[in-house]
Design a protein around this ligand. Structure first.
Ligand code: ADP
Ligand code: 5GP
Length: 207
């Protein structure tokens, strides 16, 4: 399976469709920050906007960061089979609209997703006729993880503890991923993710 672009047009062999880059990691690892910066730099990447029932945080925009839906609206997406995968995380539901991924990949554009571990592995197993690259992101230390969630100021102390407990479980899945990005300095983490995207676009064969 190949992504488009491993050969320039006119050479007679051409892959079709884009590549899905799935970025996972504990809440607070810096996924949104790194992804946001990479999207600004790489016009060929399309962000998969998830649907969620969690309340909007200050600064978040409906349709850009998430589709913020009611429980009933989310039920509708599930019933109509419009989600590629969905999960419950800390009392709220999150799901990947099929169209955000499949339609974009079919047009030959690459897609960047920000989903938790189970969602990432579900997307890898979904049988998409396009390459799926799994990237796990962690901060340099546990202490830094807790400090970043606190600094973001979006969670209560109880929710913070719950997110850290989930993180303990999530990191056990790192060996199932293709790449690890350590987000110590933001700029270096963006560079690492960008390097993965560039290398995967040049890949000829995949096993
Ligand atoms: P995630 O999307 O993985 O939950 P965020 O992108 O929301 O994480 O980042 C969590 C917090 O950490 C935010 O306040 C963000 O500004 C901060 N942050 C992200 N990357 C870094 C970094 N490399 N160094 C310091 N702070 C960071
Ligand atoms: P947050 O509430 O911090 O924005 O996100 C909580 C968790 O949900 C993060 O780990 C994020 O990656 C994950 N997430 C966001 N959208 C989706 C989605 O569509 N599917 C799945 N499985 N997880 C998601």
């Amino acid at each position: 399976m190949t992504g488009r672009g491993f050969l320039p047009e006119g050479w007679g062999v051409q892959g079709e469709g884009g590549i899905a880059f799935v970025v996972t990691g504990p809440s607070g690892a810096g996924k949104s920050s790194v992804i946001g910066e990479l999207l600004r730099r790489d016009g060929r990447l399309s962000f998969s906007v998830s649907a969620t029932t969690r309340p909007r945080r200050p600064g978040e925009v409906h349709g850009r960061d998430y589709y913020f839906l009611s429980e009933e609206e989310f039920d509708g997406l599930i019933q109509r089979g419009e989600l590629l995968e969905w999960t419950e995380y800390q009392g709220h539901r999150y799901g990947t609209p099929r169209s955000q991924v499949v339609d974009v990949l079919a047009q030959g554009r690459d897609v960047l997703l920000n989903v938790e571990v189970r969602g990432a592995l579900a997307i890898a197993r979904a049988g998409l006729p396009y390459p799926v690259v799994l990237v796990f992101m962690i901060p340099p230390t546990w202490e830094e993880l807790a400090a970043r969630i606190r600094a973001r100021g979006t969670e209560s102390e109880k929710a913070l503890d719950a997110r850290l407990a989930i993180a303990r479980e999530e990191v056990r899945h790192i060996p199932e991923f293709h790449y690890l990005v350590v987000n110590d300095r933001l700029e270096e983490a963006v560079r690492q993710l960008e390097a993965i995207v560039i290398a995967e676009r040049r890949r000829i064969t995949r096993c």
